[in-house]
Design a protein around this ligand. Structure first.
Ligand SMILES: [Zn+2]
Length: 195
């Protein structure tokens, strides 16, 4: 696919949110890239389109079943590019999952702002796994992230273990369950190695 720069920028600006007051999941368009103060103002003015609350959480923390309600392509055998396009539009995206898309998409059409972001908590990891469920080709190629940063290299080295632990704690459906063991392992991998 050949995305225009405008379309690429637009896809980067789609942000998923959840209203803490009424649990409504919604998407909004971020003004980034923009001056920090503009982004702060944007964040403070965020409002739930259903109930009007300003108590908004970044991301949607979707389960696998919730993500499956969104179309992943026009058909079951959609190409990687097509699934990636659908994911950029209706997926539960975040900076670390976007870094995977930017690095592992061969066409590199989705060049995202911070292409080096790694998951910093299990909410990020969940969004990465939702992308990898949609695009198993990226899961098989996850070793390709090892060149992105030393932190990604440490995460990739124990990726199978990390995924297994997360699926053990949340179930195969990625339910919203506490994930203390996955959090602990991820924190160990993110921490700079001593000496
Ligand atoms: Zn609401």
């Amino acid at each position: 696919m050949n995305f225009s720069t405008d379309l690429r920028t637009f896809l980067d600006q789609i942000m998923t949110m959840t209203c803490r007051a009424c649990a409504n999941p919604f998407t909004t368009i971020s003004p980034a890239p923009c001056p920090v103060e503009d982004f702060v103002a944007f964040s403070q003015n965020l409002q739930c389109p259903r109930c009007g609350s300003h108590d908004i959480l970044l991301g949607q923390n979707r389960t696998a079943a919730e993500d499956a309600r969104y179309p992943h392509g026009k058909s079951a055998n959609a190409s990687v590019s097509e699934r990636l396009f659908y994911w950029a539009i209706n997926g539960d995206t975040g900076s670390s999952s976007r870094a995977i898309a930017a690095k592992l998409d061969r066409a590199s059409e989705l060049a995202h702002g911070n292409g080096k972001a790694h998951p910093i908590d299990t909410a990020d990891l969940r969004r990465c796994l939702l992308l990898l469920r949609r695009i198993p080709e990226f899961h098989r190629g996850i070793d390709g992230m090892s060149g992105v940063s030393p932190t990604w290299a440490r995460i990739v080295a124990r990726f199978d273990e990390l995924v297994a632990l997360f699926e053990e704690e949340t179930g195969i459906g990625l339910e919203r369950a506490p994930t203390p063991h996955t959090s602990a392992l991820l924190a160990t991998l993110i921490a700079e190695p001593q000496g």
